[in-house]
Design a binder for this molecule. Structure first.
Ligand SMILES: C[S@@+](CC[C@H](N)C(=O)[O-])C[C@H]1O[C@@H](n2cnc3c(N)ncnc32)[C@H](O)[C@@H]1O
Length: 313
């Protein structure tokens, strides 16, 4: 569990990501009309709630679950002279009420591959309980993209340098590791296939079931496939607000690697496929390469949770 210090430090990094803040503020300014009621789920330092007030909102409810962060937000709201129109609500959005019906719902709860901060669940709850019929959302669409890559996220060197070094049987630790996505910052040159859209989430609609999706890509050159790199795009009111497509320098999100166990040999023109599934909090995925004319190989991940459960059984 993150400490208070971790929470506060994460906001330092979030504010330092000017593309992120700029994109969300642009979305807020475009969505808010004078006098609107706005709800900001996960207000953090209050930056988007203040932006909504400055864009003319008549009333803003800024909800923040972490008490120490909420204290900072309250100070920021006061310092910016919008304390008469912005009400800070300390608590988890699913457990609080607001006395109004909102015109705009703002929520920057986007994970590196979109879903890890539970945006689908919290925005769905906020949309049902806080937002009026026909209200606007920022963002209102979340698209997940991925492309085949040669970047191994250090997995092979980790196995050689760490596991061999200790002369212990650490194969269980290694199995657990290989079935987790890895955070990294990918370069565009490390992508060896065309990007594919894996999942598109319309946040203005009810959400149900376990999110899952997939895509396929044509490999653009001979080489080794180490996995797929994932990123996202958010939009609002028909406009793209931000994408973290590699290389995305300065992004506070980075990218997510879904690795294969061993690199797979691929040739230009091969078809690679990725299927993903988000069983909160775990991603699981299947990577396959090949078509009728070429050898086919496959890697199916198991969620780390299943591995732990099997271990205990
Ligand atoms: C990624 S930060 C975004 C902060 C701010 N909106 C910004 O754009 O800088 C997410 C914040 O939302 C809070 N949070 C996440 N889920 C929440 C929820 N369901 N209810 C209230 N706060 C939440 C976290 O503690 C964190 O401070």
């Amino acid at each position: 569990m993150a400490s208070v210090q971790d929470h506060l430090a994460s906001h330092r990094d979030l504010l330092a990501d000017r593309d992120r803040v700029g994109a969300m503020v642009r979305g807020v300014v475009a969505a808010v009309t004078p006098g609107d009621v706005v709800v900001d789920i996960g207000t953090g330092t209050g930056v988007l709630a203040v932006a909504a007030a400055k864009a003319g909102a008549g009333k803003v409810y800024a909800i923040e679950a972490v008490s120490a962060v909420a204290d900072v937000a309250q100070q920021v709201i006061t310092d910016n002279g919008v304390g008469d129109r912005v009400t800070l609500i300390e608590g988890h959005s699913t457990q609080v009420e607001i006395p109004d019906s909102a015109d705009v719902l703002v929520a920057e709860l986007v994970g590196a591959f979109g879903l890890e901060e539970d945006i689908l669940e919290y925005v769905d709850d906020g949309r049902r309980r806080f937002l009026r019929q026909g209200g606007r959302l920022v963002p209102d669409v979340l698209r997940l993209y991925a492309a085949p890559t040669t970047e191994g996220g250090g997995l092979n060197s980790w196995r050689q340098e760490i596991l061999d070094h200790y002369e212990l049987d650490l194969s269980s630790a290694e199995a657990y590791t290989r079935h987790l996505p890895r955070n990294l910052t990918a370069d565009a040159e490390q992508l060896i296939g065309l990007e594919a859209i894996v999942l598109e989430c319309d946040l203005s609609q009810p959400q149900s079931g376990v999110p899952s999706g997939g895509g396929q890509s044509t490999i653009t050159g001979d080489g080794w496939l180490s996995g797929w790199v994932g990123w996202f795009e958010i939009g609002s009111q028909g406009r793209s607000l931000l994408t973290t497509r590699p290389p995305a320098p300065g992004s506070s999100w980075g990218h997510v690697l879904f690795p294969t166990v061993e690199p797979m040999r691929v040739r230009a023109g091969d078809t690679a496929r990725l299927e993903v599934r988000f069983d909160r909090p775990f991603w699981s995925w299947t990577i396959s390469v090949g078509d009728t004319n070429s050898e086919s190989s496959e890697f199916e991940s198991m969620p780390a949770a299943s591995l732990l459960t099997q271990e205990r059984a």
